[in-house]
Design a protein around this ligand. Structure first.
Ligand SMILES: [Fe+2]
Length: 208
C-alpha cells in the first residue's frame, strides 16, 4: 500500500529579507534629519520612482557629515552580515565582499509616494528610516510594501496561500535589506511631518 506521508517536501526559491534596528539611532537620527532638511532647502533634488517628494543626489551621503559617514558604515556592516548569513544558510564558505554603494535621502510630505519599482544593477537594496513622519507608525499606512518577485505564485498557483505582499513599519532606526529584484512600492504618506528615509543600493563587485 502506498504511504504518501513519506513524500519528501521542501520550499525552494525563497527571498531573503533582513531587518535590523540600529541601537545608536537615537543619537544619529537628529543629526541626519537636520543635515538632510538643510540640504533639501538648497538643492532641487532628482526624480526617479518618487511622485512628489524630494530625493537627493546619489552618493555616499557627503552632505550629512560625520553622521552620514557613520550610516554608510552601518550599511556596509549590514550588507556583509546579511551576505554572511545567506552564505552560511546555503553552505557557502564566508567571503569578504567588495561593494559599490550608492545612497540617497528621501523627504516625503503628505501625499507623496513611490511607484512600484526594482533596483536593477544592484545586489542588495535597502532603506533606513530617519523619521517616520507620523505620530504612530503602523504597517498599514505609509510603510514600504515588498511584493513577491514571482507574481505567478499568487496569480495561478494557490491564491489562498499567504499573499506575497509584506509591509514594514517605518520605525526610526530600522534598516531593511532585500534583493534588488524585489518589487516595492511606497503608498502616499499620511503623516503631518515629512517622512525622511535613506535608500541605498549595494552592488557586489565583481557583479553579479
Ligand atoms: Fe526603491
Amino acid at each position: 500500500m502506498l504511504n504518501l506521508q513519506a513524500m519528501g517536501s521542501g520550499s525552494l526559491f525563497g527571498t531573503p529579507i533582513m531587518e535590523y534596528m540600529w541601537p545608536d539611532a537615537t543619537e544619529l537620527n537628529p543629526q541626519l534629519r537636520d543635515a538632510i532638511l538643510r540640504h533639501a532647502r538648497h538643492h532641487a533634488g532628482t526624480k526617479l520612482s518618487n511622485v512628489g517628494g524630494w530625493q537627493s543626489e546619489s552618493g555616499l551621503l557627503e552632505f550629512c557629515g560625520p553622521a552620514g559617514e557613520r550610516l554608510i558604515q552601518h550599511i556596509l556592516e549590514m550588507a556583509q552580515a546579511a551576505s554572511d548569513r545567506l552564505y552560511k544558510e546555503n553552505g557557502i564558505p564566508p567571503e569578504k565582499l567588495d561593494w559599490t554603494l550608492n545612497a540617497w535621502a528621501n523627504v516625503n510630505k503628505r501625499g507623496h509616494y513611490n511607484n512600484v519599482h526594482t533596483h536593477p544593477s544592484a545586489t542588495w537594496s535597502g532603506v533606513y528610516y530617519v523619521d517616520s513622519g507620523e505620530a504612530r507608525p503602523t504597517a498599514a499606512n505609509t510603510s514600504i510594501h515588498l511584493t513577491d518577485p514571482n507574481p505567478a505564485r499568487n496569480a495561478i498557483f494557490f491564491p489562498n496561500l499567504p499573499t506575497g505582499n509584506f509591509r514594514f513599519k517605518p520605525l526610526p532606526g530600522l534598516m531593511i535589506l532585500f534583493p534588488s529584484y524585489v518589487p516595492h512600492v511606497v503608498p502616499p504618506h499620511e503623516g503631518d511631518r515629512p517622512r525622511i528615509s535613506i535608500a541605498f543600493n549595494l552592488r557586489k563587485e565583481p557583479f553579479p
